[in-house]
Design a protein around this ligand. Structure first.
Ligand code: M6R
Length: 364
């Protein structure tokens, strides 16, 4: 049931601190801050290459994970949307691991990619939310998310749980390959374990975001910008807004703006900038200032330091809790979900059952 929430989507957004904690409990051992992942029946240290395949929001979780696998485990990662992967003669050499990511575990294109890779001798890991699904059954290694049933067509809690599992798995692969010493492992585990509290703190901005929904609800086009692991969040923000409010939205890597999309900027296009303070902050801010110099109306989502440094000249700011860069993609998912939700409410669309969309896409 929706409990006392107006929509399943809102209920599921609010469940995130609890379900992410629930998910992390089966991947981390807090007693001594060690990773505690299921042990595969193949050699993790022999994995030389990772291919990630998924669709929609699950694909964006995979894009974030690519950063982690490369950064922690130093393993090259290929990522593709499932519907493209199958038709491009992918090269699948020995020592390859395919990771499929899917809430339902039944998405037709993703399942077909899994089967294709398996037939080519790849090991398969599946990050899925439905433990009885086809993908869960057919994988060599099952990495379940414990988000509970997700009813809203717009995926929310499944996404943050996928990120939690993928971060733990990337760290686990790094450890297996001798690239994570015990001190580093403890530190990573501690940062990940901070996610539920940070998600909770992010939910406190619900009313602030509701109050700014009007800034976006009347727009015809909206842009989302991010960099590094927060670039996929820009794509996710745009997808959420399109799906449930029917407003045209695009996510861009902040640095790509000057390669074309900046031509779209005028004072009718709200630009949502996702920029937690950290190593990439300055770069993103300079892209944001290029937008402002052309009359663009910027909504900056950052933390206290970021808003202090760059909030001036924005039409609105959201001051998020300051979090470690590892968990920023999880925490920044909350404001983009809430913004899409409140804009959809303002427009009066059917939030849980948007037009033309099915929860599970079982045709190719
Ligand atoms: O069940 P899956 O995770 O495989 O589904 C993938 C996409 O269909 C799904 O994420 C879709 O993009 C959502 N409606 C996004 O909110």
């Amino acid at each position: 049931s929706k409990g006392n929430h107006r929509h399943y989507m809102l209920k599921e957004i609010y469940e995130q601190p609890v379900v992410v904690a629930q998910t992390l409990r089966s991947y981390l051992r807090r007693m001594d801050d060690q990773l505690a992942l299921p042990v595969p029946d193949f050699d993790l240290d022999a994995i030389r290459r990772v291919t990630i395949v998924a669709c929609g929001t699950s694909y964006y979780a995979g894009m974030v994970a690519k950063y982690w696998f490369e950064q922690f485990a130093r393993v090259p990662v290929d990522i593709d949307v499932a519907s493209e992967f199958r038709y491009r003669a992918p090269v699948m050499a020995d020592g390859g691991l395919m990771i499929v990511i899917s809430q339902s575990g039944e998405t037709a294109d993703t399942l077909a990619a899994l089967r294709h890779a398996k037939a080519e001798g790849q090991k398969i890991a599946a990050v899925v939310n439905v433990p009885t699904s086809s993908m869960a059954r057919e994988a060599d290694l099952l990495l379940p998310t414990h988000a509970g049933p997700e009813i809203g067509v717009a995926s929310t809690k499944a996404f943050t749980c996928q990120l939690a599992v993928l971060a733990a798995f990337a760290a686990n692969l790094a450890r297996a390959k001798g690239r994570l010493n015990p001190g580093e492992e403890r530190e990573l585990v501690r940062h990940l374990a901070e996610a539920p509290a940070a998600l909770n703190a992010a939910l406190a901005y619900d009313e602030t975001i509701e109050a700014m929904a009007d800034l976006v609800a009347h727009a015809r086009d909206v842009l989302y910008l991010g960099r590094g692991p927060d670039y996929p969040l820009a794509l996710e923000g745009a997808l959420k807004l399109k799906e449930i409010s029917y407003i045209h939205a695009e996510g861009y890597a902040a640095g790509e703006m000057k390669h074309g999309p900046i031509a779209l900027i005028d004072d009718t296009v709200p630009v949502i900038v996702l920029a937690p303070s950290g190593p990439l902050f300055e770069k993103t801010v300079s892209n944001m200032q290029e937008v402002q110099a052309r009359g663009g109306k910027v909504v900056l989502i950052s933390d206290y330091d970021g808003v202090q440094a760059a909030g001036e000249g924005c039409i609105a700011t959201i001051t998020m809790p300051k979090v470690h860069p590892l968990i920023a993609p999880m925490v920044y998912a909350v404001p983009v979900q809430l913004l899409a939700y409140h804009v959809a409410l303002a427009k009066g669309t059917d939030v849980d059952q948007p037009r033309n969309l099915a929860k599970s896409v079982t045709v190719e």
